[in-house]
Ligand binder design. Structure first.
Ligand code: C2G
Length: 133
């Protein structure tokens, strides 16, 4: 069984995230999503989430491509996660290209093209401006 892992906040969940999760899952047989906790978002990523961790986790677990959701609590856990979950492939969108190459000794590292026209920031801004899609 080929095991894939990816990391993120996934708030507000949108089709760009789904495109990423679908392609990540297609690289193997089992997809683990390490979901940023509320504390890590606040302290480590300086991101404010609309949905708290448990709700974001519930949404991700409902996605057919996702097999397991684990907490992402810090920047340093990736090597341990790769060992603990016997990960073969680490996947991120290419906005992170190169940033996780240090994981190459432990697993395959793949950066997938982002879905260009959508972002949580854009969704928030459009909603504030009353601009639907
Ligand atoms: N993504 C994408 N296309 C978009 C938006 C996001 O492919 N239009 C991808 C990102 O590249 C990332 C994943 O979806 O791989 C999750 O995006 P975020 O929740 O914004 O993740 P981020 O805050 O970048 O956290 O340790 C790594 C971090 O947890 C990554």
């Amino acid at each position: 069984m080929k095991r894939v892992i990816t990391y993120g906040t996934f708030d507000l969940l949108h089709y760009g995230h789904i495109n990423l999760l679908r392609r990540a899952r297609e690289l193997g047989d089992y997809l683990i999503v390490a979901l940023s906790t509320d504390e890590f978002n606040q302290d480590g990523k300086h991101k404010t989430c609309y949905f708290p961790y448990e709700k974001r986790k519930q949404l991700l677990e409902a996605i057919r491509y996702v097999d397991l959701v684990i907490p992402e609590e810090n920047w340093e856990q990736k090597e341990q996660d790769i060992r603990e979950y016997h990960v073969d492939t680490f996947v991120m969108g290419d906005d992170w290209k190169g940033k996780f190459d240090f994981l190459k000794p432990y697993c395959q590292v793949v950066y997938l093209p982002r879905t260009p026209e959508i972002s949580s920031t854009k969704v928030r801004r459009d909603l504030e401006e009353g601009a639907g899609r």
